[in-house]
Design a protein around this ligand. Structure first.
Ligand code: GLN
Length: 201
């Protein structure tokens, strides 16, 4: 059975739990290595990646999270969660650690201060209708590795295009926050993905 954990140390944990609750899966908050052992998929919420990183280290979760990713369990990160999954960060704090695993380079707070929060419709690969995407001091992706599939991109006013939703095997990340809208299609996509890749004991 699929049991989806939500990393519950900082950020919009409750919103992700609400999105999952309508999808008929077991949901569990994860705050410790012991709780991580009870789930076979995980969501890393939006929030502040420097804080999530610092607290994950303090709670002894960073290495267990890295192992969880390496073992091939499905993990989805939104916004700060995308940063936590990235192998490389630009504009991060000097000592900012990530979980890593996703072969991308993300730039933190990439959209700049003037437009630090906005909503826009984006087209996601294989989704029939566009999705209303909420961006809050969001990162964007500046480099994707060969095995990373870009599922959605955003075009800036300067007509530069940057990926904002990517997948690499069992790892999914969005620069935006589907947990802040009633549209559950990204969570649905993740649950399907987790069912197909997860090692379900
Ligand atoms: N700017 C935040 C960070 O660096 C991410 C913002 C968010 O998750 N809404 O972690």
């Amino acid at each position: 059975m699929l049991r989806v954990g939500v990393l519950a140390i900082q950020g919009d944990v409750r919103e992700h739990i609400n999105s999952l609750n309508s999808l008929n899966v077991a949901v569990q908050k994860v705050r410790s290595p012991e709780e991580l052992k009870t789930v076979n998929a995980l969501i890393i919420p939006g929030g502040e990646s420097t804080t999530i990183s610092m607290l994950a280290q303090r709670f002894g979760l960073l290495e267990p999270l890295r192992a969880f990713v390496k073992e091939g369990f499905a993990v989805y990160g939104s916004c700060a969660g995308m940063i936590m999954l990235a192998d490389e960060i630009l504009d991060g704090k000097a000592d900012q650690e990530t979980i890593g695993g996703l072969d991308i380079t993300v730039r933190r707070n990439a959209f700049g201060r003037q437009v630090d929060s906005f909503e826009t419709d984006i087209q996601i690969k294989d989704f029939q209708e566009p999705l209303r995407a909420v961006f809050i001091r969001a990162p964007w992706v500046e480099r994707v590795g060969n095995n990373v599939e870009v599922l959605a991109s955003f075009k800036t006013e300067k007509l530069e295009e940057h990926p904002v939703m990517v997948r690499q095997g069992s790892l999914l990340a969005t620069a935006f926050h589907p947990e802040l809208t009633k549209d559950n299609r990204v969570h649905e996509y993740f649950v399907q993905m987790a069912k197909s890749v997860s090692i379900v004991n």
